[in-house]
Design a binder for this molecule. Structure first.
Ligand code: V47
Length: 377
């Protein structure tokens, strides 16, 4: 069957090499992105996904918290950030973050707190360490996945220390892993057009290299569907793959679908249909042959498309989330929260098996009271 599909495809040579376990290059990735043969590309990505993860589709019971929306970077694609003097600027005290974190804990006993914010010029270094240690002492079994690579560099600057020194202190304070945000698209052209003040790509990669060398695992993302070209997408993936060859510290890659409302981008956008979304997920699975997981973040992708992505290379649905501001400020119409049961039902509908995981992809079992067991840090 798959042979018949491949025979009729304009990219059969590339797909056959992917099936044979060969590594794909830049030109392969560009040809795949430009092919209209979504079915064949998706079928091969699904085979690769099954080889790696079988019938399992992972999800996590987690809670997102955005501790500040104040940010000095002013990225044009971001509808979330505020200047410090804006009346809607939010800068939570540590007890506010901790109380926010406690909301919903009794109901769902999340295993992860996902904590990200802007690069707020007025927060001192010890805000971050106190934030982590106070959350760790209140929720000792909860994994703290906190601060994108961009924030880590900013925090190191606030503490007037190297990234490595900052990472060590953050880890001692309770940091367990780093989320994948802030990578955007590594292309210099895109960065100078959309986010010239943001931490540059080589520095983003360097923060991840340092973190991985200290045993701190992380994720990686790509913000797509704005002004980036096909070549820039594939170059981004290959840079991530190169670093992963070196460190093996990345757990999941998450393609983040751009949302435009309230942003400073209004022209020159590429058309992004659902078939393009699915093709990008599938191609990410094929190019990132050393990434164990591809995540369909339902908040950004939409619940229905995230379900379909589980048959186009993705094996992870992300989590309960509870509260989300970055995409919703930019017009996302998804809910902010799905219950664990809703997620299990959505995954089961795709013919795959829902598996609750912790942040590091250990399987989570729960006792009769709903308390997670077997949590390893
Ligand atoms: O870094 C900003 C992106 C990211 C918009 O690591 C936008 O598991 C869409 O990184 N439209 C934050 N996206 C979210 C993120 C993330 C989410 C879920 C899981 C993980 C993980 C990471 O959101 C930012 C930026 O790249 N973003 N503005 C927008 N208008």
């Amino acid at each position: 069957m798959i042979e018949r599909m491949l025979e009729n495809s304009d990219v059969s040579d590339i797909l056959q090499r992917a099936l044979d376990g060969e590594r794909l290059g830049l030109d392969d990735g560009i040809r795949l992105l430009q092919s209209k043969n979504l079915a064949a590309i998706g079928a091969v990505a699904n085979i690769v996904r099954w080889r790696l993860n079988g019938s399992r589709s992972y999800y996590i019971v987690n809670r997102h918290i955005n501790y500040t929306n104040v940010c000095k970077n002013k990225c044009r694609f971001c509808a979330f950030y505020k200047s410090p003097d804006d009346p809607t600027a939010i800068r939570m005290s540590i007890s506010e973050v901790s109380d926010r974190a406690a909301q919903m804990y009794d109901q769902i006993k999340f295993t992860e707190l996902h904590i990200v914010g802007g690069c707020d010029p007025d927060l001192p270094f010890d805000y971050y360490t106190n934030l982590l240690s106070s959350l760790k002492s209140r929720f000792p079994t909860v994994h703290l996945q906190a601060f994108t690579a961009v924030e880590i560099a900013h925090i190191a600057e606030a503490g007037r220390m190297t990234v490595k020194e900052a990472l060590k202190i953050l880890r001692e304070s309770g940091l367990d892993s780093i989320p994948g945000g802030g990578a955007e698209v590594f292309s210099a052209r895109v960065r100078s057009a959309l986010c010239p003040s943001k931490l540059p790509p080589d520095k983003w990669l360097e923060v991840m290299r340092e973190a991985h060398s200290l045993g701190i695992r992380s994720n990686a993302t790509m913000l797509y569907g704005h002004i980036e070209t096909d070549a820039e997408r594939v170059e981004h993936l290959i840079k991530l793959r190169d670093l992963q060859d070196e460190t093996h510290g990345f757990m999941a890659f998450i393609p983040l679908k751009f949302h435009i409302e309230n942003t400073d981008i209004n022209q020159g956008l590429r058309r992004q249909s659902s078939t393009d979304d699915l093709k990008l997920f599938a191609i990410s699975r094929l190019i990132l042959d050393n990434f164990p997981h591809i995540k369909a973040f339902w908040i950004m992708l939409g619940v229905k498309l995230a379900q379909i992505a589980l048959s186009f290379g993705a094996d992870d649905f992300d989590g309960t989330v509870v509260e989300e501001h970055i995409t919703h400020s930019a017009g996302a119409k998804t809910p902010e929260y799905l219950t664990p049961q809703e997620i299990r039902d959505l995954i089961s509908e795709t013919g795959t098996v829902p598996v609750e995981r912790d942040t590091l992809y250990n399987e989570v079992t729960r006792d009769e009271t709903g308390m997670p067991a077997l949590l390893k840090r």
